[in-house]
Design a protein around this ligand. Structure first.
Ligand code: FAD
Length: 311
């Protein structure tokens, strides 16, 4: 039987696993994705790369500052001069490098989607593909709207999640053989609310083309959420080219990604949510806010809660 099974190897799950491992337990992370890091992600294609999820990381608390300082000494993060004058960190050579560095030494099972969780004589059973795995404790770090699919809509921890809000984000990854007029541009009223010159981040691969990431506004994203990704790219590319003052025929690459649960719009307002018997805990950015640091803080809090309640 596993000590602790953690569903989701995003930043919250990784933070939780690190704290538990530091306390002498052997946590096992399960993630449905091919890579780890969840929304801290990097896509590679045609010799290009794009951070299509979190764009950068900011720091408010000392604990997370120490995490990034340690990652910097391992060259997994660096500061990005994006013109805002703010302290923004990025993974190097891609955002996913941060997650990989933080997960080093942890047991992560990839392409391992947990499709059901059920209590079993004081422990938990997890279904992954056709097999059931037993764990003494479980931490679930998937986006709040996906928790009911695992625990069942009538589980007592599911009701409080109704207050949590998420907005989707459609993201365009494009490479253009045209000069770059700016590094970043943020305009909440524009259908492309965020545009970043991704290849201006430190440690990115050299290329003849400039790599751009553009995020659609919540309104645009909701309107086109179910569109085919090729259609989304075809709709967003002319908008990007217009904002850059260039023509769509300068694009050498364009692809879109759909984040159904991208940004937390209404957080739970507490670091994590634990069952009374101390064998189940829910965590994720949705507990505290739409930021990588919030996910880290929540995952750490979930681990501390389990440890406090251990017999
Ligand atoms: C487009 C975009 C831009 C963003 N920009 C920024 C930014 O600039 N700065 C910032 O601080 N934050 C940003 N964020 C938010 C930030 O990415 C998140 O707050 C943070 O990464 C959330 O981490 P998490 O671990 O809580 O969740 P996630 O990263 O969503 O991790 C959950 C994990 O669970 C896995 N999973 C889900 N269901 C299952 C299942 N059934 N079985 C197994 N695994 C499962 C997923 O594959 C995923 O890896 C952005 C997010 C998006 C989408």
């Amino acid at each position: 039987m596993m000590d602790v099974a953690i569903v989701g190897a995003g930043i919250a799950g990784i933070a939780c696993a690190r704290r538990l491992a530091g306390a002498g337990l052997v946590p096992v992370l399960f993630d449905k994705g091919r890579g780890i890091g969840g929304r801290v992600a990097t896509r590679r294609a045609d010799g290009l790369q794009f951070d299509h999820g979190a764009q950068y990381v900011t720091v408010r608390g000392d604990a997370f500052a120490a995490v990034l300082d340690a990652a910097e000494t391992r060259e997994a993060v660096a500061r990005w001069q994006d013109g805002s004058g703010r302290g923004r960190w990025v993974g190097t050579p891609g955002m996913s490098s941060l997650a990989k560095a933080l997960a080093q030494g942890l047991e992560v099972r990839q392409r391992a989607e947990v499709t059901a969780l059920r209590p079993d004589e004081g422990a938990w059973m997890l279904r992954v593909r056709d097999a059931w795995h037993r764990a003494a404790r479980v931490v679930v770090t998937v986006p709040a709207p996906q928790v009911a699919g695992l625990l069942g809509a009538d589980h007592p921890l599911v009701a409080p999640l109704a207050a949590v809000g998420f907005a989707p984000s459609l993201t365009l990854m494009a490479a253009l053989s045209a000069p770059a007029p700016f590094v970043t541009r943020c305009d909440p009223d524009d259908p492309l609310s965020w545009i970043a010159q991704d290849s201006s981040k430190p440690g990115r691969p050299a290329s003849d083309a400039v790599a751009w990431v553009a995020q659609a506004s919540a309104a645009f994203s909701r309107r086109h959420l179910e569109d085919d990704p090729d259609d989304i790219a075809a709709a967003m590319l002319p908008l990007l080219c217009d904002r850059l003052g260039t023509a769509p025929d300068r694009a050498v690459h364009a692809a879109a990604h759909r984040w159904r649960y991208a940004h937390v719009t209404a957080p739970l307002g507490q670091p994590c949510l634990a069952a009374a018997d101390g064998t189940l805990c829910l965590a994720g950015d949705w507990c505290l806010g739409p930021r990588v640091e919030a996910a880290w803080t929540s995952g750490t809090a979930a681990a501390d809660t389990l440890l406090e309640r251990m017999p």
